[in-house]
Write a protein that binds this ligand. Structure first.
Ligand code: ADP
Length: 285
């Protein structure tokens, strides 16, 4: 379906259609109120249509803040953000009244407990302005795709943590957004469930072709999932490096080639994230 939004008046169209980029971020800076140092400072990156992008960084490096800016929750103090050809922010000013539609998946599935699974997805469809005539098809398609179709009439409270997270993923995909933003969606699940869901997420992503920006602090998870891993500095956050993961798909979590990439990255990020300096400082008292 065509999801190119009508540019609102005052919005500037960026000349990107010839390019395959869906997100372009340049020199982004953002600080919270009285905080001593900015959460993000000088972040530049771009993400292609249909990409599985993992943003990797230590806790507090500004990963969630980045998603908050992309979703329109926070306005940056500096920098330029364009999504799907719409210039959303430039020089600390909001340029577009509405950002292109986005789906969200958080650590916590955030389902309404007093609504059945189906109704939880329908509420998202309503909020996204999807015509009601489309709801039934979308609900079954995405619940089935996420392996949760038989639970459409269940109450969230009767589902396991993994099942609830599948509903959250189905709800995000069902609005068929320009971007799906995922903030450590598997970090509170047990490892076996998380591994299963990571594999399923890749299957679903390959079937939908949607662009996913997936935030994690797990190197293994990033290497397994991503086309490109965007490694952040320890904070204030900016891009340290964009690493391409060349391992062909479908991937296997236990693949020794992934272990090798992970091991190399662990050494490298420990140095760049300042862990050795901290350890020396602690040892030195
Ligand atoms: P990450 O997602 O990488 O863990 P965050 O984006 O949550 O990092 O946070 C980046 C920095 O901003 C951290 O130093 C954090 O303490 C700070 N921060 C996050 N949210 C707030 C807030 N609401 N108010 C003040 N500081 C915040």
């Amino acid at each position: 379906m065509s999801r190119e939004p009508e540019p609102p008046s005052g919005a500037t169209e960026v000349g990107v259609p010839a390019s395959s980029r869906v997100v372009e971020i340049e020199d982004l800076a953002f600080g919270y109120g009285e905080a001593k140092q900015p959460a993000l400072d000088g972040l530049t990156l771009s993400i292609e249509h249909g990409e599985f992008a993992c943003v990797l960084g230590p806790s507090g490096c500004g990963k969630s803040t980045l998603l908050g800016i992309l979703s329109g929750l926070y306005a940056p103090q500096r920098g330029r953000v364009a999504v799907d050809g719409t210039l959303v922010y430039e020089g600390g000013r909001r340029m577009a009244r509405e950002a292109p539609p986005m789906g969200y998946v958080f650590q916590d599935p955030r389902l309404l407990p007093w609504r059945r699974v189906r109704q939880n997805v329908e509420l998202a469809l309503r909020a996204a302005g999807v015509p009601q005539a489309e709801w039934e098809r979308r609900v079954s398609r995405y619940l089935d795709m996420c392996g949760i179709g038989p639970f459409a009439e269940s109450w969230p409270g009767n589902l396991s943590g993994g099942q609830r997270q599948r509903v959250a993923i189905a709800r995000a995909l069902a609005i068929e957004p320009t971007l799906v933003l995922m903030d450590e969606p598997f970090s509170t699940l047990d490892e076996v469930t998380a591994r299963f869901l990571r594999r399923e997420l890749l299957d679903v992503w390959e079937r939908t072709g949607q662009t996913i920006i997936f935030v994690t602090h797990s190197i293994r998870e990033a290497v397994f999932l991503a086309d490109h891993v965007y490694v952040m500095t320890a904070g204030p956050g900016k891009l340290l490096e964009r690493r391409t993961i060349e391992i062909p798909r479908p991937r296997v979590y236990e693949d020794p080639r992934l272990t090798e990439i992970e091991a190399g990255m662990v050494e490298w990020v420990l140095r760049h994230w300042g862990f050795y300096e901290n350890a020396e400082r602690e040892e030195g008292g």
